[in-house]
Design a protein around this ligand. Structure first.
Ligand code: G6P
Length: 547
């Protein structure tokens, strides 16, 4: 990948000038001037996802300059490099091949000298065989009972993606109950273990490194709980109830999980991009293998769209550019994700890791500190709940917050009147944000008060940007496409903003410090080795424990 700082490009300089020219133009005026705007800023992805990005503070010229930025930062060759398995995760010397995981063709893809495709297909077969036996009740627990509950123990990428997919596709679930334990907070695992029976529960320990404190500690706790409850400390019996997904086979075996129960996690798959691998076992167990294949196919189709389409018709590229435009020219700090779908409640949490762990960086690919913004704060929650909580600020606050509104045109349930109302709110919000209020709205309300004074408080200026993302129907295919869309959006931003998106060095110091501080918290002497604030807090926690 080329190391071009975006601010040194011709396009960036032109965008700065262009920003001065259009920053005060109201979205309303863009629409008035170009009646066809809604058509030119609308894209259809295979009748599965429709994107309207016309309610943004930009015009065709903005887009053209942003496409020029893609050319000048060599986006096309970076896309090729990722798909071809080049080691673009430079600081970890790894390929980035989550796209290969959803590729079911036999065309070879190499990481170094290794063709990864046979490995992926073999593992996919193992996943199919294993999940079929569990779902069909052929896999038995130690008392010959069928499995009823699955407990996924993992954190970060080994939790957020699978949990989000299982929850989003609730309407496709079979009889198995899926639980997720991630937090080191004891109340998390306790609340799950209180609900399950060791005879009918299968634990899946998911950890790429098999070195993550939270996961290992919870997995050991679950194992001890299992031994205690069954009164049988037998490793053969454990094998009927513990499965693992890891790259670290040695450590996993020494935990007590036999090789045949271990599914492979490869170093060329990043944790936050891994739900397409055996990390998604909880998804397969919950939805069945065919639905998992549809999820993969949805992502594969988006990969093909991203790989082949010119930038003008490339949805991940367009959404990435819009985000760069706001972050670096309008100086926005956050982006909100509003799924108008209760089952997608975990989508913003999933995206927080995907986006912020990937692009929350301040060093460029040459090792120099950047002088531009690389990553927005991602937040959000399902509509319509947010409307009754924080939307006030979206409409009238002092901060500009670009939003993605997501909805299915057809619901998975039969409560059509609910869905009509939900859809009306979705559309109403994007319209109110963009166009604001008009005088009629103000007059019809509060007609006996001082109109001019109230007007000031009630009026909504509009000019708040949003993208409308409409799924024809929320199903495994469209969800797979949607997730891949955001993955590629993240990638495009990393390339253009000249940072490494696939490492996460920023999380390491906290882990190391926590293990040192754990030793201090559990020792009997008072701590003096840190700064005074930290010493004081450690000593306070120790004192409280004694009481
Ligand atoms: O799968 P694991 O090795 O247990 O890692 C779990 C998570 O922990 C780390 O701290 C990383 O920040 C995440 O990217 C990763 O997904």
């Amino acid at each position: 990948m080329k190391n071009i700082n975006p601010i040194n490009t011709d396009a960036w300089k032109k965008l700065q000038q262009h920003f001065i020219e259009i920053k005060n133009i109201h979205i309303k005026n863009f629409f008035d001037k170009f009646p066809n705007r809604y058509k030119t800023m609308f894209r259809n992805f295979q009748d599965a996802i429709f994107i309207d990005f016309s309610k943004n503070r930009l015009n065709e010229e903005t887009l053209n300059l942003l496409f020029q930025l893609c050319e000048e930062t060599h986006l096309r060759s970076a896309i090729n490099a990722m798909f071809e398995g080049k080691k673009i995760n430079v600081t970890e010397n790894r390929s980035v091949l989550h796209t290969a995981l959803r590729n079911r063709t036999i065309h070879p893809i190499f990481s170094g000298n290794l063709n990864v495709m046979p490995l992926i297909h073999d593992e996919l077969n193992r996943i199919k065989n294993f999940s079929d036996t569990v779902i069909q009740g052929i896999w038995k627990g130690y008392t010959e009972k069928n499995i009823t509950d699955i407990v996924n123990i993992g954190i970060g990428g080994s939790d957020l993606g699978p949990k989000m997919v299982v929850e989003s596709l609730k309407d496709y679930q079979n009889h198995l109950k899926i639980h997720f334990v991630s937090n080191i907070d004891g109340s998390h695992i306790k609340s799950v273990l209180d609900q399950v029976n060791p005879e009918t529960t299968l634990f899946i320990v998911v950890s790429k490194t098999f070195n993550t404190e939270e996961t290992l500690f919870n997995a050991h706790y679950a194992k001890e709980w299992f031994f205690k409850r069954t009164k049988l400390k037998n490793i053969k019996i454990l094998a009927k109830h513990f499965i693992a997904v890891s790259e670290n086979i040695t450590k996993t075996i020494s935990f007590g999980i036999p090789r045949e129960n271990i599914f492979q996690f490869w170093d060329w798959v990043g944790g936050r991009y891994s739900l397409w691998s055996a990390v998604g076992l909880s998804i397969v167990l919950s939805l069945g293998f065919d639905n998992f294949l549809s999820l993969l196919d949805g992502a594969y189709n988006m990969d093909q769209h991203f790989f082949h389409n010119e930038f003008y018709n490339n949805i991940p590229v367009i959404l990435a550019l819009i985000s760069i435009w706001y972050m670096n020219f309008f100086n926005t700090e956050t982006e909100a994700i509003f799924p108008y779908d209760q089952n997608m409640i975990n989508f913003p949490f999933y995206l927080q890791q995907a986006v912020m762990e990937s692009n929350g960086k301040s060093i460029n690919r040459l090792g120099k500190r950047v002088q531009w913004k690389t990553c927005p704060v991602i937040w959000g929650s399902p509509g319509t709940n947010g409307q009754h909580a924080f939307y006030q600020m979206l409409h009238q606050g002092t901060t500009l917050i670009p939003c993605d509104f997501i909805i299915s045109i057809t619901p998975n349930h039969t409560l059509l009147e609910h869905h009509n109302r939900l859809t009306a709110h979705f559309i109403a919000q994007t319209r109110a944000l963009a166009f604001g209020s008009n005088d009629n709205f103000l007059k019809c309300k509060y007609h006996n008060q001082d109109k001019d004074f109230l007007h000031i408080f009630q009026s909504l200026q509009g000019n708040h940007p949003s993208n409308s993302i409409l799924l024809n129907h929320l199903n495994p295919f469209s969800l797979g496409s949607l997730i891949a869309l955001y993955e590629h959006k993240i990638f495009v931003q990393g390339v253009i903003l000249n940072i490494f998106s696939f490492d996460q060095w920023g999380v390491e110091l906290g882990k190391q410090l926590a293990s040192e501080i754990y030793a201090d918290i559990t020792s009997s002497c008072s701590t003096i080795k840190y700064d005074t604030s930290t010493n004081n807090i450690i000593n306070l926690c120790k004192k409280r424990k004694k009481n």
